[in-house]
Design a protein around this ligand. Structure first.
Ligand code: CMP
Length: 135
């Protein structure tokens, strides 16, 4: 749905705190699985109840997760959309870009590949998903 900016995913990946400390090889392998997109202010990225085909890493920008009682704001280094992929379940919330935001998109078909190759990343994503589900 978002604009393809043609930014180099490898550069964006290297700048995401979540991926920092990884070797150049690892970053290259991760970047190869990600697509960079520019989300526009007001753009809807996830719709509650819909099937999710991808998860998103935030390179820059402000992203709002519409949960009760208060929306949660995400920014650089955060990710979202992981729950639908991990649980094979519908989206748990609406997610909307508040500003122009550089995102890195991981499609469902590459999700297991990335997690299998990066056990620490798997652990982080699983832990955050559990925290969010119990929030
Ligand atoms: P998913 O359910 O695939 O799509 C909506 C996303 O919103 C969800 O994955 C999480 O990434 C995110 N999300 C859901 N609940 C919370 C929460 N309490 N705090 C932060 N993010 C959340």
């Amino acid at each position: 749905p978002a604009l393809d900016l043609g930014l180099d995913p490898e550069q964006l990946v290297a700048g995401v705190p979540l991926f920092q400390g990884l070797s150049q090889d690892r970053i290259q392998a991760i970047a190869a699985l990600l697509k960079s997109e520019l989300a526009l202010p007001g753009e809807n990225l996830c719709r509650k109840g819909e099937t999710g085909d991808a998860m998103y890493f935030v390179s820059s920008g402000a992203i709002e997760v519409r949960v009760e009682p208060e929306p949660v704001m995400l920014g650089s280094g955060d990710f979202f959309g992981e729950i639908a992929l991990l649980k094979d379940a519908p989206r748990t919330a609406d997610v909307v870009a508040k500003t122009f935001s550089d995102l890195l998109i991981l499609e469902r078909r590459d999700f297991q590949k990335l997690l299998d190759a990066n056990p620490d990343l798997r652990k982080t994503i699983e832990t955050v998903a559990e925290e969010r589900l119990s929030a």
